[in-house]
Design a protein around this ligand. Sequence first.
Ligand SMILES: Nc1ncnc2c1ncn2[C@@H]1O[C@H](COP(=O)(O)OP(=O)(O)O)[C@@H](O)[C@H]1O
Ligand code: SF4
Ligand SMILES: [Mg+2]
Length: 359
Amino acid sequence: MTTAPVPAPGHPPDAFLEVRDLRIHFPTDDGLVRSVDGLSFRLEKGRTLGIVGESGSGKSVTSLGIMGLHTVGQYGRRRARISGEIWLDGKELMSADPDEVRRLRGREMAMIFQDPLSAMHPYFTVGAQIVEAYRVHHDVDKKTARKRAVELLDRVGIPQPDQRADDYPHQFSGGMRQRAMIAMALVNNPELLIADEPTTALDVTVQAQILDLIRDLQQEFGSAVIIITHDLGVVAELADDILVMYGGRCVERGPAEQVFHRPQHPYTWGLLGSMPRIDREQTERLIPVKGSPPSLIDMPPGCAFSPRCPYADVPAGGITRTERPELALVPGTDGHHSACHMTHEERARIWTEEIAPKL
Ligand SMILES: Nc1ncnc2c1ncn2[C@@H]1O[C@H](COP(=O)(O)OP(=O)(O)O)[C@@H](O)[C@H]1O
Ligand code: SF4
Ligand SMILES: [Mg+2]
C-alpha cells in the first residue's frame, strides 16, 4: 500500500485499481443501511490485498460494488445508493456505461464466490459454462473454446479434465467445484480477481490447496487479487497488504507484515486473538471479539468500535465516544494507517506489553 499522494477527485490514479470514498447504502423499511461508508484503497497488478472483518462488515457489498453487481440480478433486489470512484486500469467504472462495465466483468475483472453453486448454473455442464464464459468475450468457435476450458480445468487441478468438463456442477465435490469456478473466473485472463471467502465452506486441507492454487495462479497471471475473508489466518501468508474493515469502514490498513506483527488498532488485536492457532489447545483457540458488530443503520457516534473497545477511555476526555477517528499514517511506517484516537506510542506499548504476550 503506497503513500503516494492521491490525485484529485475525477483524475485518474497511477494505481491499477483505486477505490475512492466508496459508499454503498441500502434504503430499507428500518432505515438507511450504510453497508460501505467511505472506503478508499489502491492495488497494483501482481499484488494481493486481503480485506478482513467480521461477518456483516461490508466486505461482500464492497466486492459486488467494484464488480458493478449492486444493480443486477439477485444482488439488485434493493436499489443501492452508491457513490465514490472506482478506477480500474485508467477507467472510472461508476460513471461508465453499464454495458461497458458488463464487458469488463468476466474479461478484465472476475470474481469467485464462497458458494460455487450460486455462481454456476445447475442445468449446464461445467465445461459448457466455461465455454460460454469464454465465448462472451472471444469470437471463437466452440471447439476452440472447449479446448481452452479443458486447459483451464487441467490448470486448476481437476483430474481427467476432458471428461469432467461434461459433468454437471452437482457431480463435483465442494473443493472441485471451487476449482471449476476459479477456472471459469480465469478463462479470460482477468487482470483483477476478487475472491470472496473462497474457502469458507471447505475443509481445512482443501482450503489450503485452494489458497495455494490462488497464489500460484496469481504469480502466473500477474493479476491483482483481492481476497476477502473473516479469518485473518487465510490472508496471513497470501496477502501483500491488508485492509481491516469494521462497520463499513477501514479501521486499519498497511503492508501485511506490519498489520500482523505490529497491529495498531484494538479491533485488529481482537481479530488476531480470535484466530485459530494450531499450536494451541482447542479451548484456548478462539477468543472472539467481545460484543456485537455495530448496527449499520445507527452507527455509534465517534469511534464505531468504542462500545466494544477495552481502551475506549484511554484517549483523554472520552473523545472516542464523540469524535470519529480518521485513518492516519502510523509515523515512521511505509503506508501503515490506523483510525484510533490513542497515540501510536500508546498503541505500540499496549500491543507489546499487554496483547502480544497473550497471543
Ligand atoms: N441488498 C441489501 N439490502 C439491505 N442491506 C444489505 C443488502 N446487502 C447487504 N446488506 C447489509 O450490508 C451489511 C454488509 O453486508 P456484507 O457486505 O454482505 O457483509 P460481509 O460480507 O462483510 O459479511 C450487512 O449488514 C447486510 O445485511
Ligand atoms: S478510538 Fe478509542 S474506542 Fe476507538 S479503537 Fe481507539 S481506543 Fe478504542
Ligand atoms: Mg460476505
